[in-house]
Design a protein around this ligand. Structure first.
Ligand SMILES: Nc1ncnc2c1ncn2[C@@H]1O[C@H](COP(=O)(O)OP(=O)(O)OP(=O)(O)O)[C@@H](O)[C@H]1O
Length: 234
């Protein structure tokens, strides 16, 4: 479970003020809101990439507010993907496992599983600079989930994908969520993503988060899909 308590962030003239939210394990929450509302700023603050001026972040009752990003069990897919261009796709996927000193055989198995689930096995030895936009997005998702984080933060991961790739990525995300029990916070501007992926929807407006009462979960969030990623002991 992740709990954000009264988070305050100052970014130039922009402010997030007393933002609170909570995600249960395996819960899929979509975060919507207008351009510039602070969705990216909020995700960056939760994963430790933005300094917060007040408030706290708790992962399973552990206060991680002052921990560096790599010490938090939080996977992040940034809006601009930001793959490590000096590494192969395989090494991008392995990165989160390496920094957490996961044994090599487990690491290799995990990379293989994630690559299969996201259908990027054929890309493993490529450089990220030679990927299409959709391929790069899938690699970024793989890098974020390979170390089996407790929470995954996704900043518009489906933007710009064609319908078939979009479906594949949605299925892989749902499989990951079902198999690992990770909670997912997913930023999108697309109501259809919310309908497909969300258990509930939050709206960020005027620096504050509120529940979208109009949203009713359709139950279409992949509960009928077979998980393809196995859970490994931490
Ligand atoms: N490094 C920065 N320095 C100063 N202001 C910033 C910085 N990064 C973002 N901002 C400002 O903070 C506000 C929130 O930006 P943010 O990217 O979090 O919004 P968003 O909701 O993710 O927008 P979008 O839907 O367009 O992606 C904007 O007004 C933006 O101009």
């Amino acid at each position: 479970m992740i709990e954000v308590r009264q988070l305050n962030v100052v970014s130039g003239a922009f402010r997030l003020v007393d933002v609170s939210l909570q995600l249960e394990p395996r819960e899929s929450v979509v975060l919507m809101g207008p351009n510039g509302a602070g969705k990216t700023t909020l995700l960056e603050a939760i994963c430790g990439l933005r300094r917060i001026t007040a408030g706290s972040i708790h992962l399973n009752d552990r206060d991680v507010t002052l921990e560096p990003p790599a010490a938090r069990a939080i996977g992040y897919v940034p809006q601009d993907v930001a793959l490590f261009t000096t590494m192969s796709v395989r090494d991008n996927l392995a990165y989160g496992l390496k920094v957490r000193r996961v044994a090599e055989d487990t690491l290799n198995e995990r990379v293989r599983e994630v690559a299969q689930a996201l259908r990027i096995v054929g890309l493993l030895e490529r450089s990220p600079s030679r990927l299409s936009g959709g391929e790069a997005r899938r690699v970024a998702i793989g890098r974020a989930i390979a170390f089996e984080p407790e929470v995954v933060l996704l900043d518009e991961p489906l933007a710009g994908l064609d319908e078939a790739t979009r479906d594949e990525v949605c299925i892989a995300l749902e499989a990951m969520r079902q198999a690992t029990g990770a909670a997912v916070l997913h930023v999108t501007h697309e109501p259809r993503d919310a309908e497909r992926l969300a258990d509930r929807v939050l709206r960020l407006e005027s620096g504050q988060v509120r529940h979208d009462e109009r949203f009713v979960a359709s139950g279409a969030a992949g509960s009928d899909r077979q998980p393809r990623l196995a859970k490994h002991p931490r």
